[in-house]
Each structure stands twice: as C-alpha cells, then as structure tokens.
Design a protein around this ligand. Structure first.
Ligand code: ZN
Length: 50
C-alpha cells in the first residue's frame, strides 16, 4: 500500500470533498449528509509528487 494515499469522501449531495481519516463513514461538514462508501465516492489522492 502507498504510504501517503489520502482517502476523501466526495459528498453525493453537495459535492464537497473532505478527509475520510480512516473512518467507515463520516458526516459532510457542509450539508451534514452522512457519507458512506456505498453512497458517496471515495477518492484516493496521493499528492506526493510535484
Ligand atoms: Zn455534503
């Protein structure tokens, strides 16, 4: 596994992306939607390279 892959949820309601931080589900800070991998996309971003 890549060390610094960051997982983020992309909220299916408002489109906000926010850190998943290893949790199964997380509440969207903007609209309050409960994001789970079933409903919202999980985006893996590795922003190591420039
Ligand atoms: Zn949202």
């Amino acid at each position: 596994m890549p060390e610094n892959a960051e997982e983020s949820f992309k909220c299916c309601r408002c489109g906000t992306m926010f850190g998943r931080e290893g949790r199964y589900s997380a509440r969207c800070p903007v609209c309050g939607h409960e994001c789970t991998p079933d409903h919202c996309r999980v985006v893996v971003a590795s922003n190591e390279e420039y």
